[in-house]
Design a protein around this ligand. Structure first.
Ligand SMILES: Nc1ncnc2c1ncn2[C@@H]1O[C@H](COP(=O)(O)OP(=O)(O)O)[C@@H](O)[C@H]1O
Ligand SMILES: [Mg+2]
Length: 376
C-alpha cells in the first residue's frame, strides 16, 4: 500500500525540492500541496493522508495550532523549519508532530522521516512497553518521575498510557495527580476474567482529557501486603492488552514482589540524585540486577535534581557506576513543590520551565529507544 503525503509549503523552490526527493521513493504518493494552509488543514481533515509535511512560517503560534489539529486528525505531522534549536523541536513535538526536519531540507533527513512515520504504525501494533521507576531509597523523585513522564508520554504519543501505583502499601500517585479512582489494583488481580479490554480501561481513572489512565494501589492495606508476584504478572498481562505504555511507580523494598515487577518490565528507570550514599546504593542495585540476569541496557540511570555545578560531576557518577547516565532532570524545587502541592503535573505549573522541557524530552527519547528495541 502506498503512503499518501500532503505538503504545506509556501516557497515554490522548497516545494520542488521536496517533490524531487520524494519522487525517489516508490511507495510514496504526493496527494496534494498547499500554500494556503487553512485549505490544507480542511483537506487533511477530509482525506486523512498518512503524512503531512508542514513547513513553519513566521507566525509560529498559528502553525503550532495547525500542527496540533493535524495530529488530532490522526495524521503523522513532520515539521520542516529553519529554526532547529532544541526548544523549537520540543515545541513542535509537544504540539503533536511525529518528526522534525531542518531546512534547507536534506534528502536523507526527509526520506528517513517518511520511514519513521510509516514504521510508527507497524511499531505501534507490537508489544506494549512497561517502564518501572525504581530506587531502593525513598525521596529521590520516583513518583515525580513516574507521574510526569506518564503525562508527557500521553501528550506526545496520544496512545493509551497507564500510570500504575505499585508502591505498596501506601502509594501517592493519586495525590500527585489529584485523582480519586473508584477501582484499584486489587479488583483487577482478584477478578477471574480480565481479558476484557474495556473492563481494564474502566478500572483505571482517565486523567482529564488526556489518554493517560491512573491505576491506584489497593486501598485495603491487607490486600497490598498479600499481592503476589504471580498476581503482578497477571496484572501486567491485562494492562498490556489495553495500553501501549505502562509506567509503574514503585516502592523501595528489595523483595520478591519488587524484583518480579522489575523482571517483567521492559525498561527500568533507576532514579538517583547525586550524592555519595545514593550513588553507592545505585551501584548495589546494578549489581543486584546483574545477579538477576537483567540485560544491561534494560536499566537506565536517571539523575534527578541535577545541578550544573555540583561537586560530584556526571562524569564521576558514570565512572563509579561504570554505566552511562541516561537522563538528567534539573533541580527545580519551586516548580516541583508547587506541582505536588496543587496535585498537577509540572507542565501545568509552568509549561516553559526547565523541568517540564526535560520531561518532554525524556518522553521523546524513551519512545525512540523503545521503538528501536521493539524492532530488534
Ligand atoms: N527535579 C526535582 N527538583 C526539585 N525537587 C524535586 C525534584 N524531584 C523531586 N523533588 C522533590 O523530592 C521529593 C520526593 O519526591 P518523590 O517523587 O515523592 O520521591 P520518591 O517517590 O522517590 O519517594 C518531593 O518533595 C519533590 O518535591
Ligand atoms: Mg514515591
Amino acid at each position: 500500500m502506498s503512503i499518501t503525503i500532503v505538503i504545506f509549503e509556501k516557497e515554490s523552490d522548497t516545494r520542488a525540492v521536496i517533490e524531487g526527493y520524494l519522487a525517489e521513493k516508490e511507495d510514496v504518493v504526493i496527494d496534494n500541496i498547499f500554500d494556503d494552509y487553512n485549505s490544507g488543514v480542511r483537506y487533511v481533515k477530509e482525506n486523512k493522508p498518512d503524512i503531512a509535511f508542514f513547513s513553519m512560517t513566521s507566525d509560529k503560534n498559528i502553525c503550532y495550532k495547525m500542527i496540533k489539529r493535524l495530529s488530532e486528525f490522526g495524521v503523522n505531522v513532520v515539521v520542516l523549519s529553519e529554526d532547529y534549536t532544541t526548544s523549537s523541536i520540543i515545541q513542535a513535538l509537544r504540539y503533536g508532530a511525529k518528526d522534525f526536519v531542518s531546512k534547507p531540507v536534506i534528502k536523507k533527513d526527509l526520506l528517513s522521516s517518511v520511514d519513521k512515520c510509516s514504521q510508527h504504525e507497524v511499531k505501534a501494533m507490537k508489544k506494549s512497553q512497561i517502564v518501572a521507576v525504581y530506587s531502593n531509597k525513598g525521596g529521590v523523585g520516583k513518583t515525580a518521575v513516574a507521574s510526569n513522564l506518564a503525562v508527557e508520554l500521553s501528550k506526545l504519543t496520544r496512545d493509551k498510557v497507564a500510570l500504575v501505583d505499585l508502591n505498596m502499601p501506601i502509594g501517592d500517585v493519586t495525590t500527585f495527580l489529584d485523582v480519586k479512582p473508584s477501582i484499584d489494583i486489587s479488583e483487577i488481580v482478584n477478578k477471574a476474567d480480565v481479558d476484557n479490554k474495556t473492563f481494564i480501561q474502566e478500572a483505571c481513572c482517565k486523567y482529564k482529557d488526556t489518554s493517560l489512565y491512573v491505576l491506584a494501589e489497593p486501598q485495603n492495606i491487607e490486600q497490598s501486603r498479600t499481592l503476589t508476584p504471580k498476581q503482578v504478572v497477571k496484572l501486567f498481562d491485562c494492562l498490556r492488552k489495553a495500553f501501549s505504555y505502562i509506567i509503574v511507580d514503585m516502592g523501595t523494598n528489595v523483595d520478591k514482589l519488587n524484583m518480579s515487577i522489575l523482571e517483567h518490565s521492559d525498561f527500568i528507570l533507576l532514579v538517583t540524585v547525586i550524592n555519595l550514599p545514593l550513588i553507592r546504593n545505585c551501584q548495589r542495585c546494578l549489581d543486584l540486577f546483574k545477579g538477576l540476569n537483567f540485560p544491561d541496557d534494560k536499566t537506565k540511570i536517571v539523575v534527578n535534581r541535577y545541578l550544573e555545578n555540583d561537586e560530584i560531576t556526571v562524569d564521576d557518577v558514570e565512572k563509579a557506576l561504570k554505566k552511562k547516565v541516561y537522563w538528567k532532570l534539573p533541580n527545580n524545587y519551586y516548580t516541583m513543590m508547587s506541582s505536588i502541592n496543587k496535585g498537577i503535573p509540572v507542565s501545568e505549573v509552568n509549561e516553559n520551565s526547565n523541568i517540564t522541557e526535560s520531561f518532554t524530552q525524556l518522553a521523546s527519547k524513551i519512545t525512540e529507544d523503545m521503538f528501536e528495541q521493539d524492532l530488534k
